[in-house]
Design a protein around this ligand. Structure first.
Ligand code: 16G
Ligand code: MG
Length: 558
């Protein structure tokens, strides 16, 4: 780094002093805090994104969003060259950058890191950053801070991609680095053409008339509703009505959205008994989560939730069906059996895991957070991952996709229109429809809709795949949540000593009891999950475990 670069960094850093006395952390998926204190973090993440671009010789993404958090919050996450989350290897550096107390310390940190990581500053490569933001009012000024951060690295270029869903930005980064078409209209075009392809391949015998044409979507008053309005206009064969678009004066994530619906299990604002029985879906504030629900027929505000686990199960059933057609009667020489795997977290309802195992699928658990699930799913030819909260996707390995392309070409020449050829084409269409970079509520929704029509299933048929075990989630405020150390994909507490044994004895009192605790990666709390055979048992197990957490770690304890 030459003198000009150093003075450029120092000068611009002076314009963005960090908030005093506050420790920021990259957390599970980027920084999140009250928007008013994020200017310096945003500026510094602009720098980090530019350094990452230089290091990887690739386009990097910077997304300004706080997902399902309240509207006064905002946040930032970085998309790596493949479109996935920032490499965990760089997370400690992002924490250090965000927390550097003054411009000199910041510069020193950067100089050291550039040396350690061997980041080239020879001008041979132009750092390029795609910036996106959700609909939060604070997004615009935070975007300016991020741009200044990018530009404080001499020669780096910041492209403002405008208001986007988080998955759209990840998709664009991945597409750019693969040399593919990468604009927003390319995104819509890819989704719509692969959706159309799946719809055209629906078997004639599918009982489509049993399915309500109409889908009502809760847009969380965020960016997802806005984008869905665009998709809607280009669709045929599916009627979508979007509520909570944010245009009717509703507030982002307030009593609406996938997080609210999944955690509270009640109707979002704008939905009521007049929607009973109709297929409904809910997106979160940045549209990377999707859950479905139907409004209970009695006049209460209760819903039948169809969560991420059930979306995963629907996808798994469909993919498995296509694979057995394709692999059951292999014609030609070029035959191959795909490795199909399913990835969940400890939050997956126990009934879903049992169901998936009964289907004969390999099911693995990882810790909470997309970066863990995604990495594990990428180890299969086809890896399906979902969190119960509705974040997930289906990954196809490059190797499998090349095989599938070749197989499809071969089948098209020897048995055009055969079931085998159709199965290959369906799998190829799924790989284009479903976002390969990150979980995406919009593409997930289109895939769910296509599969329901393929199966001839109403939302009720789908929901009956298995019966969820009653579950309860609580959070406990403690003195120091980092004192909770877990292992085995967060299912076992290693520290503080004795807590796991105490939890075990509570679990033993319940039929089909299961419970675990973990420190939240996004809030200063310890989370408690419990499930059991009845609502009462699940509630009481959650309460007893929360009491244990409080006893071992409560605000008063040290
Ligand atoms: C973030 C994660 C989500 C996870 C949630 C857990 C990403 C993109 N998002 O929203 O996957 O379920 O955090 O929050 O990784 P918690 O640690 O507060 O429970
Ligand atoms: Mg989100």
């Amino acid at each position: 780094m030459d003198v000009m670069q150093r003075s450029n960094l120092l000068e611009s850093a002076c314009l963005f002093p960090p908030p005093l006395g506050l420790k920021l952390s990259y957390g599970t998926a980027g920084f999140r805090a009250d928007a008013s204190i994020l200017q310096s973090t945003m500026f510094r993440m602009g720098i980090l994104a530019a350094l990452r671009s230089l290091k990887t010789h690739s386009v990097i993404g910077l997304m300004i969003t706080a997902s399902h958090n309240k509207v006064s919050d905002n946040g930032v996450k970085i998309a790596d060259p493949c479109g996935g989350m920032l490499s965990q290897h760089w997370e400690p550096f992002s924490d250090q950058l965000a927390n550097a107390p003054d411009p000199q310390t910041l510069l020193l940190l950067i100089v050291e890191f550039v040396k350690k990581e061997n980041i080239p500053f020879d001008g041979a490569f132009t750092a390029e950053i795609l910036l996106g933001r959700d609909t939060r009012p604070s997004g615009e000024s935070l975007l300016e801070a991020a741009k200044q951060g990018v530009r404080s690295i001499v020669g780096a270029v910041a492209h403002d991609m405008g208001i986007l869903t988080t998955p759209q930005l990840h998709w664009m980064v991945r597409a750019r680095n693969k040399g593919l078409k990468a604009t927003e209209s390319d995104y819509f075009e890819q989704l719509l053409s692969s959706f159309r392809c799946l719809m055209d391949l629906i078997p004639n015998e599918s009982k489509m008339d049993e399915i309500e044409d109409k889908l009502i979507v809760d847009g969380a008053n965020g960016v997802g509703g806005e984008k869905l309005e665009v998709i809607k206009k280009m669709l045929s064969g599916l009627v979508i009505e979007v509520h909570n678009t944010g245009k009717e004066g509703g507030i982002l994530n307030e009593g609406v959205g996938a997080d609210f619906v999944q955690k509270e299990k009640v109707v979002p604002h704008g939905f009521g008994s007049n929607h009973a029985g109709i297929r409904c879906a809910s997106l979160d504030g940045d549209a990377d989560r999707l859950v479905y629900f139907s409004v209970a027929s009695n006049s209460s505000n209760k819903i039948d939730l169809v969560d991420g686990d059930k979306i995963l199960s629907l996808f798994a059933v469909f993919i498995k069906e296509q694979l057995s057609i394709l692999e059951g009667d292999m014609k030609g020489n070029n035959n191959y059996k795909a490795r199909l795997g399913v990835v969940q977290t400890a939050y997956a309802n126990g009934a879903s895991t049992d169901y998936l195992k009964h289907l004969g699928l390999e099911v693995v658990l990882t810790p909470t957070g997309v970066k863990y699930l995604h990495a594990r799913a990428a180890q299969y030819d086809i890896g399906i991952y979902f969190e119960a909260n509705g974040h997930g996707t289906i990954l196809f390995s490059e190797h499998y996709l090349s095989w599938l392309e070749a197989k499809h070409t071969e089948l098209s020449s020897i048995s055009q229109g055969s079931e085998l050829q159709k199965a290959a084409l369906r799998l190829l269409a799924v790989s284009k429809l479903i976002n390969q970079a990150v979980g995406d509520a919009l593409s997930g929704l289109l895939l769910v809709e296509a599969i329901l029509r393929h199966m001839g299933w109403s939302i009720h048929n789908w929901n009956e795949l298995y019966q969820d075990l009653p579950s309860r989630q609580l959070k406990v405020k403690v003195a120091d949540r980092t004192a909770v150390v877990t292992a085995n994909a967060e299912t076992v507490v290693m520290s503080p000593p004795g807590l796991q044994e105490a939890i075990n004895s509570e679990i033993a009192k319940c039929i089909k009891g299961r419970s675990f605790v973990r420190p939240s990666g996004t809030e200063d709390v310890v989370r408690v999950y419990a499930e059991a055979s009845t609502e009462e048992e699940a509630d009481s197990l959650a309460n007893s475990v929360a009491e244990l957490v409080d006893r071992f770690l409560g605000v008063g304890s040290t």
